[in-house]
Design a protein around this ligand. Structure first.
Ligand code: AHM
Ligand code: MG
Length: 369
């Protein structure tokens, strides 16, 4: 007879992220293992970045990029450090044909003396970095496309693909603990870093956004600039406009990864809408490639939905590396409700935004700042 105590103790499997990624690879019989290695290296990058973020104050690492610290070491801003870690983890492996980072204006070529591979890596090394100085959680966002052009090196076309074609996406959250969440299109899985052993352990298998939402997240300080539809929509989320539903709680950290992560686990919607404050810039703040596509892919895999207010973000064909997009992401019914309000009340905004949304690919990437 089995001892119920022992049975209980061992009924939860202990699975590291490396093993989980390997197991996922078995679902794709033709896989070569290179993609698997890339994901495993993202986990390793995350550990290196977490090591620095968790001791940022102590290490006096927040100085200017070129300044020196008292011991003579070159100080580095954390976002520059994170960017370099991810680049150096991938440049020499022969798996990647090109990389793009929110920190770089242009496509990052693989150095000519290294081999290239079939994958494109897109990343925001440290999102929400204005929160570093005040000890509030920040994150890394990444996504992976397959190269489809013929040449040896990756091109802008390989990067500017619809989110719908992503092979994988994930994020790392450096918070009260460090977590990595990823999907390869077969569900969403979350791993928590055990700092004592340096391993990410599966803590959130098959994440699904709860049916009953709890929170809405938006920078309410921008209300003055919102369009009529967005204003009404937020009133609806607050239970003021429309009838028969309880108000959602308001939570806003100002780190998209953290706001998204909380709403993914608790249910809700995150929005950073476009505005008509400057009708020539109706697109909001969030980057389509580095932030929106990855989180939209993860949301969909968890049963949620992401829209730019007009339609599915995953179907938007990017035209430039630092393209921005409005975003509404979370529970599908909440996001569809935003689309409805915008259709009804924001026709001017839609007219202003559509030419930007549907522009042809630009061979010279637009300036990011
Ligand atoms: P960043 O890429 O410069 O860090 O900006 C992106 C961040 C998001 O993480 C966050 O949702 C948003 O900016 C917050 O912006 P705001 O301060 O305007 O509310
Ligand atoms: Mg960012």
């Amino acid at each position: 007879m089995t001892d119920p105590l022992t049975e209980k103790k061992f009924d939860k499997k202990l699975i590291t992220i490396e093993r989980h990624i390997q197991e996922q690879q078995k679902l794709y019989p033709s896989a070569t293992g290179k993609f698997t290695e890339m994901l495993q290296d993202m986990a390793l990058s995350a550990k290196l970045i977490a090591r620095e973020t968790t001791r940022a104050g102590l290490a006096n690492i927040l100085g200017a990029v070129d300044a020196s610290n008292p011991t003579g070491d070159r100080q580095q801003k954390l976002d520059v450090f994170a960017d370099e870690v991810i680049f150096r983890m991938n440049d020499h492996t022969g798996r990647v044909c090109a990389m793009v980072s929110e920190e770089h204006e242009e496509l990052i070529d693989i150095p000519p003396h290294y081999d290239t591979g079939n994958y494109v890596l897109i990343y925001d090394p440290l999102d929400g970095s204005s929160n570093i100085d005040v000890n509030v959680s920040i994150g890394t966002i990444f996504s992976i496309h397959r190269k489809f052009t013929r040449g040896e090196r990756g091109t802008l076309e390989d990067v500017l693909q619809e989110g719908r074609r992503l092979l994988a996406a994930g994020y790392v959250i450096y918070g009260s603990s460090t977590m990595m969440v990823y999907t390869t299109g077969r569900g969403v899985f979350g791993f928590t870093l055990d700092p004592a052993i340096g391993e990410f352990i599966l803590s959130h298998p098959n994440i699904r956004i709860p049916d009953t939402p709890k929170y809405y997240s938006v920078n309410q300080g921008n209300e003055k600039f919102w369009t009529a539809g967005v204003r009404r929509y937020v009133k609806w989320l607050q239970g003021i406009e429309g009838e028969g539903h309880e108000p959602l709680g308001h939570r806003y950290i100002g780190s998209m990864v953290s706001d998204f992560h909380r709403n993914l686990l608790k249910g809700g919607v995150f929005l950073y809408p476009g505005t008509m404050q400057d009708p020539k810039k109706p697109y909001g703040k969030i980057r389509l490639l580095y932030e929106a596509q990855a989180l939209a892919f993860i949301a969909e895999q968890a049963g949620g939905y992401a829209s730019d207010g007009i339609g599915d973000i995953l179907n938007v064909r990017p035209h430039s590396l630092h393209q921005r997009t409005p975003i509404f992401v979370g529970n599908r019914d909440l996001v569809e409700r935003a689309e409805k309000y915008i259709r009804e009340y924001d026709k001017d905004w839609v007219q202003a935004f559509l030419p930007y949304r549907n522009a042809e690919m630009q061979h010279k990437p637009a300036s990011s700042k």
